[in-house]
Write a protein that binds this ligand. Structure first.
Ligand SMILES: Nc1ncnc2c1ncn2[C@@H]1O[C@H](COP(=O)(O)OP(=O)(O)OP(=O)(O)O)[C@@H](O)[C@H]1O
Length: 598
């Protein structure tokens, strides 16, 4: 690249890193970006920058489009999982060749520039898990768009009329979108739109109100919304202004009063952050505390690091929302001394405190190195919190779907993760059989990687899946999965739900496809393809390209099909049997790969 392009890109990086980025990425004017700069990928002749991929680089500044678009051939910009702040910059439309924009998992805010809809080559757009607000530009005019992921932001307005037949991925969940949901052509489930209280129509259960013929009425309705919006906005601004320091004290005092705890005994306590999200989370906690009856203090289970940790300490430390799950939110809570915890706030679990306590203790006793340790838990009438160590290496879901370098998650590693999880689950099932405590919500986002990159099952036993209808899956094979015993309080729960979940996990690993509708869609698709004897069609193209053994992939597929086939009790494997099958496939793979090198 020319020197002026190099200079512009260095400026772009410096602004992004905000002084806190990794200085050793080699972005130096005296070197060639195509060969020496980390995160930069060029065309085959090494003459023009095509991709910039700086995921997970601790970048915390603000992106600058003018500098970025000096690289005229740029097609991919990927800055996932940093802490980038500020607006999505104006001027991105100057990067005319952009096909992929990945900005997921940052702290971006402000509105989306309308000019983004001029990026005619855009194929994949992912700004999920930020704090972006305002209405969407008219993305529906970009005809080649195949992936649109904006979940977990604060976006408003109506959902554009996309060409849903051509979209492969679509998710607008957990925003503030309003109005009728466009016809999704049956291609996306409720998961893609949930968490928007103002949306109506299929696939949501609430019907849209009948169209009014009187336009004046409409005008009045919309102005009503606007006024309401304004009032809410003013309320939020007022809250934010009055929420600063003195408010923290109040929350602190309330918690103190209720828990009867003196915070001076704890050194994790001082709060300095004025982070918006943490304010929100603190006030969420505080609302519960204020309405709560008598709070008890946090029960610390294993970790000596958090000995003496109080519920109040959790309230006071800055927290960041990691995800809004169906069964509650997960927060990353950072203490002054650097200790970082993941706190699951479980909603609507009608279980008595005693039951909850004994359940948590039983899970804690059944220790396994590949199950996330329960660090502590808290339980009052209104509030149930479960505390884990925060794991910064991401989840299996991220590794499979959100990483630009998906090609790096090769067949051998997938098999090894699958075998480890099977063995771990078999162990937990055996230990907790008598207590009737399965995992209940096994999926790729609940498998996180620890610092050694070993997979660990998270959120074990926190909830049993609500009533699911798996019958549509198995009916392809002529049976139906009995889900009657999936009661939330675990009274007569069985372990089948985990075996089904594990089967779906295997399908996800084999196909590289995202799971919708609790795996029912994926399982149904696989079943239909297998029936038509096009089995090889289901495998992830990356695995085929890598030259993974089709024979072993088929074996794995057979295990998956056994796990999701609930046609007959006699053929249903236990987790122990699944683990044994997995071990045989893994050993076979290991033996063959040794042969290749000899
Ligand atoms: N201990 C942990 N450390 C770091 N990240 C975690 C930890 N546990 C879970 N995560 C990640 O945080 C995100 C949010 O988790 P959360 O459990 O709220 O979402 P979910 O699994 O989609 O929902 P749910 O489990 O309620 O159905 C996920 O990406 C998950 O992989």
């Amino acid at each position: 690249e020319e020197d002026d392009v190099k200079l512009a890109l260095i400026k772009f990086y410096n602004q992004l890193s905000g002084g806190s980025g990794n200085p050793n990425l080699g972005w130096d004017i005296n070197t060639d970006p195509c060969t020496n700069w980390t995160g930069v990928f060029c065309n085959s002749k090494l003459t023009a920058v095509k991709k910039i991929v700086l995921d997970n680089m601790l970048l915390s500044g603000t992106p600058d489009a003018d500098s970025l678009c000096a690289a005229e051939s740029l097609t991919v910009l990927s800055l996932n999982n940093n802490t980038i702040t500020g607006d999505i910059p104006q001027g991105m439309e100057s990067c005319t060749q952009l096909t992929h924009i990945f900005l997921s998992g940052n702290k971006l805010s402000g509105n989306l520039p309308g000019s983004l809809s001029n990026l005619n080559n855009l194929k994949r757009f992912n700004i999920s898990h930020n704090n972006v607000s305002g209405v969407l530009p008219d993305f529906s005019r970009i005809s080649g768009l195949v992936s649109f992921l904006v979940q977990n932001n604060s976006l408003t307005g109506e959902i554009p009329q996309f060409d849903f037949k051509n979209l492969q991925d679509f998710n607008v969940s957990f925003n503030n979108f309003t109005g009728p949901i466009p016809d999704l052509k049956g291609r996306f489930s409720v998961d893609s739109v949930m968490g928007n209280p103002g949306l109506c129509g299929s696939p949501l259960p609430n019907k849209c109100p009948k169209e009014s013929k009187i336009t004046v009425e409409k005008v009045l309705t919309y102005s009503g919304y606007m006024i309401l919006g304004l009032v809410i906005l003013m309320f939020i601004v007022f809250k934010l202004v009055s929420n600063k320091k003195p408010k923290n004290e109040k929350i602190h005092d309330v918690a103190k009063m209720e828990s009867g705890i003196d915070s001076s005994s704890k050194n994790h306590s001082k709060v300095t952050s004025s982070d918006y999200k943490s304010d929100v989370i603190r006030s969420e906690y505080s609302i519960t505390s204020e309405t709560g009856m008598v709070s008890s203090s946090l029960v610390v289970l294993t970790s000596p690091i958090v000995k003496g940790l109080k519920f109040e300490d959790l309230l006071k430390a800055p927290a960041e929302l990691l995800g809004r799950g169906r069964h509650g939110n997960l927060y990353k809570v950072i203490f002054e001394d650097g200790m970082t915890l993941a706190v699951k706030r479980i909603k609507d679990w009608s279980i008595s405190s005693e039951e909850f306590k004994s359940k948590m203790q039983r899970i804690d006793q059944a220790k396994h190195p590949n199950v996330m340790d329960l660090v502590a838990f808290y339980c009052s009438k209104q509030e149930k919190l479960v505390v884990y160590n925060y794991q910064q290496n991401g989840s299996l879901f991220k590794l499979l779907h959100e990483n630009e370098n998906v090609g790096r998650f090769d067949w051998g590693s997938r098999l090894s993760v699958a075998a480890t999880i099977a063995e771990t689950l078999a162990f937990m099932h055996e230990k907790l059989y008598a207590d009737g405590i399965p995992h209940g919500n096994l999926k790729s986002s609940n498998i996180v990687f620890n610092k050694n990159m070993d997979p660990c099952i998270s959120e074990y036993g926190l909830m049993i899946v609500e009533h699911q209808d798996y019958s549509s899956t198995s009916s392809v094979q002529g049976g139906s999965f009995k889900s009657a015993n999936q009661s939330r309080d675990g009274t007569d729960s069985t372990f089948e739900v985990d075996i089904y979940g594990y089967g779906v996990l295997l399908l996800e690993l084999l196909t590289g496809k995202q799971v919708q509708n609790n795996g029912v869609d994926l399982a149904r698709w696989i079943n239909s393809v297998v029936r038509e004897e096009w089995t090889a069609e289901v495998f992830d193209k990356i695995l085929i390209k890598e030259g993974a053994s089709e024979e072993r992939m088929l074996h794995l597929l057979q295990v998956a099909l056994k796990c999701i086939d609930f046609a007959q009790e006699s053929t249903r494997p236990t987790m122990k049997e699944v683990a044994e099958m997995m071990n045989i496939i893994k050993e076979d793979e290991e033996e063959r790969s040794i042969d290749v090198y000899e």
